[in-house]
Design a protein around this ligand. Structure first.
Ligand code: ASP
Ligand code: MG
Length: 457
């Protein structure tokens, strides 16, 4: 069994849906389960409709919902229309859902407030509609799709808007609902992003949560592979908007992928593949616009070479906080006191470097710096550098020899660095530079590491 998940742009219009169905049809022999996102932009529309309802802007609500309805009808017109009774029964389901949204939105407008629970109920409609539409479109193309309600499969806690799966219950539900269909050679099609609580309330797994659904379902049924079909060729050695010559990474390990995502690569979020990682299920990132491309395979093992750089990520909007104190010299408990402040203000720290009398850390720029400085001042002298960014070279055993570090330093000649860190894990070599130097620095480092072969002994 494999999971085939399509992102919003991969089901954005009738041609994309038809293309996605071809992809599924070609993989029929592998017992696929299809997980789809909402049509591109629909979740944003639904969130906007909730907002408009809260502001009692009924006109705007109606126009957004009419547009959402029309988009689904348009795709159905193109793909399902040839068979009139299918089309009719799809439109009936569409209208039932649309009516339900209107009822909820009216409630929101009346109260002038949105509860997280109501918001989830509205946001979930995008995947409900796309999955029903996809299943109908499959049947029209003689691919045996069978719609499955995600709420029957994914059971979550009740953190609306950011729910987490209850894996035991989900496993039982997924196996009960999905396996009999697969046995009958049907292809289950379900919406991503949605689950329900034990007592039946609709939840969502957080924005972009359809990948998470794919991993949850894959883990629940013990899939052999989870395929994430998107609109890029896979994970890249760098953001191609920064580096036109960036290359697709063919294999990468879970930890490297997680490290990259943390530092801003957007293709896979570590949280979303955690259920796959827990069971060592390979995750493959593929491109619906370029089916022939092999994509990126993310596994426990990663690349056969167990060392060397894999990719570069850039994280902007960083501040460096430098804390200096002579109290630190030879003392114990000093760092604990410093970090207690970060803990108290709930500020997460990315990089840390220390000398005997000073500690520098990076944090997201969004935090209230005045408050932080105020709290730290009794303990240390504090200096904050805004407008910084982290350039992270991610790979494995980057300290195995000096080659990678040497190349990075060589590439960085003439560019000022405000921090440099290479952890003992050897997973990530990070440089902090002024935002104004970011593009130049990334280009230089990418060239040094990926455009000239690196020979690590
Ligand atoms: N449709 C949801 C969103 O836009 C989930 C997803 O696409 O993964 O956030
Ligand atoms: Mg998405």
């Amino acid at each position: 069994m494999i999971i085939i998940k399509f992102g919003g742009t991969s089901v954005g219009d009738a041609d994309r849906v038809a293309n996605a169905i071809d992809i599924v049809a070609e993989r029929q022999g592998r017992q696929p389960i299809v997980v789809v996102s909402a049509l591109a932009g629909v979740t944003n529309d639904l969130v906007a409709a909730s907002e408009a309802a809260r502001e009692s802007d009924i006109e705007r609500v109606n126009s957004i919902i009419a547009k959402v309805r029309q988009r689904h009808e348009d795709v159905a017109m193109r793909l399902v229309q040839q068979k009139y009774d299918f089309f009719e029964s799809f439109i009936k389901q569409l209208d039932r859902q649309i009516e339900q949204i209107h009822t909820i939105l009216k409630g929101i407008a009346l109260l002038g407030e949105i509860t997280p629970r109501a918001k989830d109920k509205v946001s979930a409609i995008g995947e409900k509609l796309s999955s029903v539409l996809f299943a109908y479109s499959m049947m029209m193309r003689a691919v045996p799709g069978e719609h499955v309600d995600s709420e029957e499969v994914v059971i979550t806690d009740d953190r609306f808007g950011e729910a987490s799966p209850l894996m035991e219950e989900t496993r039982t539900a997924a196996q009960r609902v999905l396996l009999p269909l697969i046995e009958r050679k049907l292809i289950p099609v379900m919406g991503g992003f949605i689950g329900r609580t034990r007592d039946g309330a609709t939840t969502t797994l957080g924005r972009g949560g359809s990948d998470y659904s794919a991993a949850i379902v894959g883990a629940a049924i013990g899939a052999e592979e989870i395929q994430i079909w998107t609109d890029v060729d896979g994970m890249m050695t760098c953001d191609p908007r920064l580096i036109p010559g960036a290359r697709v990474i063919d294999r990468i390990s879970y930890v490297e992928a997680a490290e990259l995502a943390w530092f801003g690569a957007k293709v896979l979020h570590p949280k979303t593949i955690a259920p796959a990682v827990a069971q060592k299920i390979p995750v493959r990132v593929l491109n619906t616009h370029n089916v022939a491309s092999p994509g990126t395979l993310v596994t426990e093992q990663g690349d056969d070479r167990d060392h060397g750089p894999r990719a570069i990520a850039l994280k902007r909007n960083i501040s460096v906080v430098q804390m200096t104190s002579s109290q630190m010299l030879g003392a114990h408990g000093f760092l604990a006191r410093l970090f207690a402040v970060f803990e108290e203000l709930e500020i997460s720290v990315d990089l840390i470097t220390t000398s005997e009398v000073s500690v520098s850390v990076t944090i997201d720029e969004k935090h209230d710096m005045d408050e932080l400085v105020e709290e730290l001042r009794p303990i240390a002298e504090v200096e904050v550098l805004d407008g910084q960014c982290i350039i992270a070279v991610v790979g494995r055993h980057l300290m195995k020899d000096a080659e990678v570090g040497a190349r990075v330093f060589h590439a960085m000649r003439g560019i000022e660095m405000s921090m440099f860190s290479l952890g003992t894990s050897g997973l990530n070599l990070s440089i902090v530079v002024d935002d104004a130097d970011a593009d130049r620095a990334v280009r230089a480092v990418h060239q040094a590491l990926f455009e000239v072969p690196v020979e690590v002994a």
